[in-house]
Design a protein around this ligand. Structure first.
Ligand code: R5P
Length: 309
């Protein structure tokens, strides 16, 4: 088994490589002056099972193209099989036609990755679980919840209410609340336009509660900042947030710094190290051991789902 890293999140790849005690494949990925991507693999990988690690985060199109080109290079290097390890799967939110005459880009991206030659997908907290069905190859979708639950148990002892910031997140909030025997609340969020969010109502009792918002993605930060504001206005004692993928576009970090959020915890599916220097209320927990263990289990043909029992 061998590991190859793309350029999107080398820090995470190095941690996974350390966990598995398995060196990253010696390779060069660079760009020509016109922007075309070029990869060269500098060692023999014939017959190996290769895991290519690449998040399709910002710049999404470059990182996606890099992943496709890496898969092609692996295929042409006569590897045994290719697992695309995509800690953050970009384009996942475009998983249906919200209005007429739009693309289902998540399906298109799944087709591209499969057609490039991937034999298997390993990813984390897909925006919608059914995206697994967009791939006609085996897909393992890992959950960050065990990492979050461990941290929540360590830091918050009682009076917790888990909050879903929209209707789509109810299942996740309920699962965590069930495990920790807590209540849940739901935010009735509307999107008046792309990238804008509005809280219409809060369903459930949040008065004097330590509210923990759970979500899969924080992008512009609008959803979470507005949700925290609404919870505090309805009497919540404090608001903490756990989100798997820190997209953190535009002014998101500044918004969170100034918000009513006491603490935001994200994982390192996306490398945000440049954005988070000197930011006190955003913490990063690593997903590397979970991904490393899943890679080990896939490689040894043992159960991945047992990781979540
Ligand atoms: C939406 O369904 C997602 O789960 C997130 O709530 C959303 O993508 C967050 O976006 P933003 O931070 O821009 O409000």
């Amino acid at each position: 088994m061998k590991l190859l890293t793309g350029n999107s999140n080398k820090k995470l790849s190095k941690k996974i490589s350390k966990y598995l005690n398995n060196k990253l494949i010696n390779s060069n990925i660079k760009k020509f002056s016109d922007g075309e991507i070029y990869i060269e693999i500098n060692e023999n990988i014939r017959g190996n099972a290769v895991f290519i690690i690449q998040s399709t985060s910002n710049p999404a199109n470059d990182n996606l193209m890099e992943l496709l080109i890496c898969i092609d290079a692996l295929k042409r290097s006569s590897v045994k099989n290719i697992t695309a390890v995509i800690p953050y799967f970009g384009y996942a939110r475009q998983d249906r036609k919200v209005v007429s005459r739009t693309a289902i880009s998540a399906k298109l991206v799944s087709n591209l990755i499969t057609n490039a030659g991937a034999d298997r997908i390993l990813t984390v907290d897909l925006h919608a679980g059914q995206i697994q069905g967009f791939f006609d190859i085996p897909t393992d979708n890992l959950y960050s919840s065990p990492i979050f639950i461990r941290d929540i148990k360590k830091n918050y002892k009682k009076n917790i209410t888990f909050v879903s910031p929209d209707v789509g997140g109810i299942t996740k909030a309920r699962e965590m609340a069930t495990q920790l025997k807590c209540d849940i609340a739901i935010i009735d969020k509307r999107r008046p336009g792309p990238g804008k969010s509005e809280v219409m109502n809060v369903i459930g009792n949040v008065k004097n509660k330590t509210c923990i918002i759970i979500d899969d993605i924080i992008d512009s930060g609008g959803t979470i900042v507005n949700a925290a504001e609404a919870l505090i206005n309805r009497g919540a004692k404090e608001v903490h947030v756990y989100i798997t993928h820190g997209v953190l576009s535009g002014e998101a970090v500044e918004k969170i710094k100034k918000s009513r959020i006491k603490n935001l915890v994200i994982t390192d599916t996306i490398d945000n190290s440049n954005k988070l220097k000197n930011v006190k209320n955003i913490e990063v927990l690593s997903i590397s051991n979970l991904l490393g263990e899943a890679i080990k289990r896939i490689s040894n043909s043992t159960s991945v789902s047992d990781l979540f029992k």
